[in-house]
Write a protein that binds this ligand. Sequence first.
Ligand code: ZN
Length: 695
Amino acid sequence: MMSRAPLATSRNCAWLCSILACLASGAVAAAAPAEPADGAALHAWEGGDDPQSLDRWVHAHLRRADADVARVLAVKGTHTLANTLRPYDDAINELALATNQASVLYGVGGTKELRDKAQALTQQANAASTALSLNQPVYRTLAALAATGDAATRHYLERTLLEYRLAGVDRDEATRAKVKALQDKITELGLAFERAVHDDVRTVVAAKGQLDGLPPDYLAAHPADAEGHVKITTDPPDAWPAEKFAGDAKLRHDLFLAADTVGYPANGETLRALLTARLELAQLLGYPTWADFAMADQMMGSPARLREYLQKIDDASREPAAREAAALLAFAREREPALTQISDADARYWQELYRRAKYNFDSQSVRPYFPYAAIERGVIATASRLFRIDIRPVSGVRTWHPSVTSYDVYDGNVRLGRIYLDMHPREGKDKWFSTQPLTLGVHGRQLPEGTLVCNFPGGTAGDPGLMQYGDVVIFLHEFGHLMHHLIGGQNPYAGEAAFNVEGDFVEAPSQMLEEFFHDYGVLASFAHHYQSGAALPRELYERMIRADTYGRASGQQRQLMYAAVSLDFHTLPPATLDFDAVYRHNFERFSSDAFVPGDHMWASFTHLNGYSSNYYTYVLDKVIALDFFAQFDPRDLLGGPVGLRYRQAVLAPGATQPAAQLVRDFLGREPNLDAYRRWMLAEFDAASTVSSAAR
Ligand SMILES: [Zn+2]
């Protein structure tokens, strides 16, 4: 999961992207920044938890953006890159700072008052971006520059002009005013949708006996009260292990429903209003649906092309997924003969038992090798070797919470930027896992900074934070985004930042890094037992990987379900859209599990805000990521030359080239499904290997 960038933000909605800059850049000696006279320090959180301080900070940056726009429009005589594109990009930079940091604090701010203020300011900053995207004099000025500069600069200009046209800049004044009002409304509703999810933590009260099956450290962290009751919240570190390991079907069911009713029913009304505003905006700009509008500037191009593509993925995954499901059901029926279908609430539980039985792999057995602190060091070390960079801890950095850690990223002696890790849950904090830019990079002037906002186990004294292997994969995924932002943030213009590449490419670098989890050499270098210090045994690793390959095709069908829900919600008429019925229809189309009555997952599906109709991004980019990964030498993943080539061809260009070009440059051809099919079918190969080895 991640975010979108300045102009794109105003079209597709309110995700983040921010900017923070830091000290000096590159080889220039670093000097601590003095507080600017206008109060526009680089970091919004320097004012602590005071909402008024944040308010002043955001407005200082918005004023700077206004001043930059005024410079664009004040040019007399010939427009040049220096007197026009540069100040325009400065405005983009200021708006990104305001939007991204307000947006981050809305998710992680220390008090409710601060988060409320940050939410309102995120709306205001987005509104300022929308206003710029509808500014005709600025558009005409940039259009006059169109064929100027090197290829990267021309691409930046062309893409900016495309975004302007998509924003409706060339419409009459009344239309533009309407566009502006709708954009602001979309931002507001999107934030309200997400906020309702953040703030809606539900609790299931379990009897102590219902927790049988859960690991000892989980039980120790969840002591029963005087009545023998244990409270389990819907926060991922609380709910996920219980849904997977608890032997008690009622507890699993109650937790599943609690998690899948977060945001319900309140978000029904918000979502309908959001979809209505999006449709109205799309039609105002000449598109039949929001999905047509939202794909017009993406690699995919249109919903029609998307449907074709999703059909290809369905063709590749449906039959293997059915085989996986049949094997799971047969297994479950050996234990519960009356079972005719596995409930979605029980799917993770049965998959876990199946993996134990078929692959002799108990996912709890690896958790002691995945204590949070060692995993953090390991992920950092892996990325450092792969991309030939240094990631060094920095102390004494002021952040928004004492638990947040900071690192500087170096290429040799050249500092590339700063990253922050905000990795454990706390009250009022965003419940999901994301990467968010804080500052965009502007070569020679400002370094990119970004943060992970995650909810992993650990973070409290005495808790080793033993992670599940899925958690480690998520960590790698988000770190892939972070590296993309840092390495792709070294270009001359803020608007060329990595996340400004086509939105449906951004999940490729993240999913590519996930694959490094599957290499023993990589894992054993950091997965050490939290008590004994022993490395993850090879034999345990092999069982884990075989077990991990089970369920890949079903997982892809699940992704197709989410993609279809997102697409349907943004193509069907919102006034009559029955969220429950459309969700259930797609669920049953792509899943063999029994739908759980009362499941309103869509009400907490925050991707409907961030990705709108374009959830397909994950599926498209999985295919690309696996194609990328197949280029690495499996005998020497980190040591070979491919990591550096990947960094240079795919990450470093940021948004200076079309995404399809980055893909072709690295692969030397168009992407295809070969590696994806091999990855998905590995289960059956692995299963046959296991059975022949074990019997
Ligand atoms: Zn992601």
